[in-house]
Design a protein around this ligand. Sequence first.
Ligand SMILES: Nc1ncnc2c1ncn2[C@@H]1O[C@H](COP(=O)(O)OP(=O)(O)OP(=O)(O)O)[C@@H](O)[C@H]1O
Ligand SMILES: [Mg+2]
Length: 290
Amino acid sequence: MNAVAMDTPAGANPVAGAAAAAAMPPRVASVASANWPQQPRAVAEHLNFYYGDFKALKDINLPVADRRVTALIGPSGCGKSTFLRCFNRMHDLQVGSRYEGSITLYPENINLVARNVDPIEVRMRIGMVFQKANPFPTSIADNVTYGLRLRGMKNRVRLAEALEKALVGAALWDEVKDRLDQSAMALSGGQMQRLCIARALATNPEMVLFDEPTSALDPIATAKIEELIATLRDQVTVLIVTHNMQQAARISDYTAFMYLGELVEYDTAAKIFTNPAKKATEDYITGRYG
Ligand SMILES: Nc1ncnc2c1ncn2[C@@H]1O[C@H](COP(=O)(O)OP(=O)(O)OP(=O)(O)O)[C@@H](O)[C@H]1O
Ligand SMILES: [Mg+2]
């Protein structure tokens, strides 16, 4: 573990012991502003992130609204993926990476980037779907039930139920229900991406991170995944990176514009896409930059 994280805030619990604190009301972050959602599921406060000496995230203060879709937009290299990866501690695997500040997960008040919070437990609760579909070279069924089996679920009936539920949820069930034991590698690109979404949903995560999930897909597969994200709204908290402005405007409730490692503007998607406060945001969404 090479990541150095800040201490957990006073009164915070490690993820494993969080249930007792589940009834705590969401705390209002000291950095909150008027346009923030009433119910953030997570809040980054004064978050800095370093790859060795390079500071890739600079004092980010950003809420992620509970059971809503938040989109991260901004030019290539501005730190969108870096920010996303902090939420499920993907950076811990890289030597020399370092977090400062906090990402508080509510209602338990856990600082996700704190050293005493177990990254494996965090990844069970916060799923991730990558730009390039990355199925395991096993069967469709085994891909989806992987996380559940890792958690010790052995009952075949329960596994089969969870498999169907996740595949239905990812809008893939009808296409694969007759070949669940076949290799996932034989699926099309769009099907593989939906399989990865099913795998991410199977453990019932409370938040799902999507890093450009449709950038390699055709318009039909893209539309399916956008519909799927829309149906997740109200059940799961979604944080999504996209380069597609139409997509961000279509699917997000809140949108954050980043530039050179900083958060430039955060607001409702309606405000960002019709009347942004900052000229840099307007230039970016109208295609004058990037
Ligand atoms: N593993 C890494 N090691 C060192 N520097 C990195 C690493 N990953 C990203 N960076 C740097 O951090 C900055 C932010 O990169 P990041 O991948 O977060 O950008 P992004 O906004 O997701 O870009 P894109 O839209 O191209 O995916 C860039 O300057 C990048 O070169
Ligand atoms: Mg990226």
